[in-house]
Design a binder for this molecule. Structure first.
Ligand SMILES: Nc1ncnc2c1ncn2[C@@H]1O[C@H](COP(=O)(O)OP(=O)(O)OP(=O)(O)O)[C@@H](O)[C@H]1O
Ligand SMILES: [Mg+2]
Length: 369
């Protein structure tokens, strides 16, 4: 079913409410706070957490719904974007329709409801990518990548907000687990070994490379496996996975037809006082300097785009080596979400170094806009 115009599908009072809530101030939390708060998942704390989300989620969701309505170049009218907007409006309505949370019974019901909200939004990234793709197709050569700055900035805000919303919901839901794995506070692992996570992520990336090319360069990891710090392993896994996938592809493409042995991808994990830094280093030929400003945009990829309008989004999480142009910008957002960053340094004709900085202190507030 085609997505409808706003006024046909939603009542005016709901739209007014969205606009009211979209103006309220968002409240950020830090990794440290989530960890300290979640380490005592008493009924009382779960109640406080649910009450916080009951107020905070509609604010964050409303902001995104409003932005989705006002995108430049007609992006807001693309069917895929309308669908995403409807998910946001449905979720806003669900959370707002939930009555005041007074006791544990309410809290349990609320948790089930926000769990369903999280599931509803599972496919937001490929669906938005499809919308942007539709726009790109319409515009053909009319507008060059740099002119789409406004769209890139919107997507950065939008995906960053999504990371935050999913972290908050996921964290709350996980705190209900009666038997959490050792050292886990919701999504946070208080003794995460970056070397171990990097190893798992590299193995996953390497398996995809093997599947796609029939062979894969080696990956060497340097660092102390017993070193740990508190972080979210799923986030780190995603970031290292994306970086290693890029490196493997570059090396593979460069050495595939040569009789030389592929040089290994090297991962170095350094534990500083402020940051834990993970460097992913390859000899895949680097990135031309003219391409560097584009690598963090959502429209730039040198791979063939596997996403077209006929593709079934239900199977869109079928991972491939490359093609969306989302790996780097999304990974950088995950890094920045907890106060870190991602930098790419390239030597054209030789290779690329990606520096992933993770803040060790965990006290920076979520970046909200
Ligand atoms: N290590 C690297 N060596 C050479 N080029 C790279 C490297 N990492 C990234 N690039 C270039 O930057 C582009 C963007 O990378 P990004 O990971 O964001 O998207 P992608 O790999 O094309 O698609 P995907 O969304 O599947 O990751 C790549 O298409 C590639 O041209
Ligand atoms: Mg990639």
């Amino acid at each position: 079913m085609a997505a409808k115009k706003l006024c046909e599908a939603y009542s005016k009072s709901l739209i007014d409410e969205v606009h009211r809530w979209g103006c309220l101030k968002q409240t950020g939390v830090s990794l440290k706070y989530m960890m300290e708060f979640g380490s005592r998942p008493s009924e009382r704390n779960l109640l406080i957490s649910a009450q916080f989300l009951h107020k905070e989620l509609p604010i964050r969701i409303a902001r995104r719904a409003i932005e989705l309505e006002n995108l430049p170049y007609g992006l807001s009218e693309k069917p895929a974007v309308l669908k995403v907007r409807d998910w946001y409006l449905d979720s806003f309505r669900d959370v707002r329709a939930f009555p005041e949370i007074k006791d544990t019974v309410d809290e349990r019901d609320f948790t089930q409801m926000i769990k369903a909200v999280k599931v509803r939004h599972n496919n937001v990234v490929p669906m938005m990518a499809l919308g942007v793709q539709q726009l790109k197709k319409d515009m053909k050569q009319k507008v060059v990548c740099e002119d789409l700055d406004e769209i890139h900035q919107f997507l950065d805000r939008f995906y960053m907000s999504r990371i935050g919303i999913r972290m908050l919901i996921g964290q709350h839901v996980e705190l209900h687990n009666p038997n959490p794995p050792p050292h886990c506070v919701g999504y946070i692992h208080t003794r995460m070994s970056p070397v171990e996570v990097a190893r798992n992520a590299s193995e996953d990336a390497r398996a995809i490379c093997l599947r796609e090319y029939g062979s894969a360069p080696d990956i060497n990891i340097y660092g102390d496996p017993s070193f740990t710090f508190p972080y979210v392993p799923t986030h780190l896994h995603l970031m290292v996975f994306e970086l290693v996938k890029n490196s493997l592809r570059a090396v593979q493409e460069r050495f595939m037809d040569s009789d030389k042995v592929s040089p290994p991808v090297r991962i170095i994990v350094a534990d500083g006082i402020e940051d834990v830094t993970i460097k992913v280093s390859d000899e895949g030929g680097g990135i031309p300097r003219s391409g560097l400003p584009k690598i963090f945009t959502y429209l730039y990829s040198t791979a063939k785009n596997p996403l077209d309008e006929n593709s079934d989004l239900g199977t869109a999480d079928n991972v491939t080596m490359a093609g969306y142009g989302y790996g780097l910008p999304i990974s950088r957002l995950y890094a920045q979400y907890f106060g870190g960053d991602l930098q790419i340094i390239s030597m054209e004709g030789y290779g690329t170094d990606a520096y992933l900085h993770l803040s060790r202190l965990g006290d920076s507030q979520e970046p909200l806009s």
